[in-house]
Design a protein around this ligand. Structure first.
Ligand code: ZN
Ligand code: ZN
Length: 320
């Protein structure tokens, strides 16, 4: 079958590879390109040495073509990124997403940038309704991440929420925040183009300069240290902040902002979404996939999609 094999940063090759066998074999309908895939491509990531080569791609949408009994042949399916060991202290605590021994779809096991993928028994799979369009259904994994991010940030009913980072996650965080009961969701953006986009995506408001102390909850999904600094001033005393991304440098931080002046609760979020998939999939019918998905590429063009720096770009997908 055709697949893209990542040999190292800047070296992804379209090849013929062996057909996958065993477990649940899924024919890929579409696979989302994640910021994490771009980091594999550029080599700028925090994950240390990786076991190159591998087939990347963890935002899987497909149909079962051979089954181990978990779902019938023909079922539409997605899968969680983490394949936990189920035996370590993290797994025993119920925090399988933090399992240090687990594997990841798209690095530890072959991923979705291929015609077919095999999901072993340790993979957590979820059925996806046929009624969703490809452009909606392919957003299951990032929507689960958006929901996890919003929950980690501690959004409660009636909250005014500010979100920084209008990429693939920021495009979905507004729906996730509303689902958790947010009364208003503001996008913190860099300029007028993104402000228009934020409104198209369903944000109540967009600002380049959020007022100090104006929000109950702030959430960064931009991966920008500067954005986090802005958000920590925009949250009210006693408020909550979620930090959900991969950051390329430390943030010099006056801890008085968190302590003496703010009594803030700051929660980090790991980019793997535990227990969020069923609700995330249910939210997708309310998402305009044609706004969120900004590009579709055949496998042959994945490298171009990864290398492209065109803006704006929300979610690009690969259709094998
Ligand atoms: Zn992802
Ligand atoms: Zn474990």
């Amino acid at each position: 079958m055709r697949a893209v094999l990542a040999h190292g940063p800047g070296d992804f090759r379209r090849l013929e590879v062996e057909e996958p066998t065993g477990g649940l074999v899924v024919a890929v309908e579409a696979a989302g390109v994640c910021a994490a895939d771009r980091m594999l491509w550029t080599g700028r990531h925090p994950w240390g040495e990786l076991a190159w080569p591998f087939i990347p791609g963890h935002e899987l949408l497909g149909r079962v073509v051979a089954t181990d009994g978990r779902l019938p042949v023909g079922a539409r399916v997605t899968a969680e990124v983490k394949l936990p060991c189920e035996a370590c202290p993290a797994c025993e605590r119920g925090q399988q997403h933090l399992c240090p021994r687990g594997l990841h779809l798209g690095s530890g096991i072959p991923g979705a940038f291929a015609e077919r993928v095999s999901l072993p028994a340790s993979a957590r799979v979820h059925a996806v309704p046929d009624a969703l369009s490809t452009r909606q259904a392919v957003l299951a994994e990032p929507m689960a991440c958006a929901l996890h991010a919003v929950r980690r940030a501690g959004v409660r009913p009636g909250d005014h929420v500010a979100v920084a980072g209008l990429g693939g996650l920021g495009a979905l965080a507004v729906q996730a925040a509303r689902a958790e009961g947010a009364a208003a969701v503001t996008a913190v953006v860099r300029g007028p183009h993104k402000a228009r986009l934020a409104r198209e995506l369903g944000y109540d408001d967009a600002t380049t300069d959020p007022a100090d102390g104006a929000y109950d909850v702030v959430l960064d999904v931009s991966g920008s240290v500067d954005a986090v600094a802005v958000l920590l001033r925009a949250v009210r005393p006693g408020g909550r902040a979620g930090v959900y991304g991969v950051y390329d440098r430390p943030l010099p931080l006056d801890l008085n902002l968190l302590a003496e002046f703010g009594e803030l609760t700051v929660a980090g979020g790991h980019l793997v979404a535990p227990g969020c998939f069923p609700e995330a999939i249910a939210l997708l019918s309310g998402v305009d996939g044609d706004v969120v998905v900004t590009g579709e590429h055949p496998l042959e063009r994945l490298v171009d999609a990864l290398a492209s720096t065109d803006r704006p770009r929300l979610k690009e997908i690969v259709l094998p």
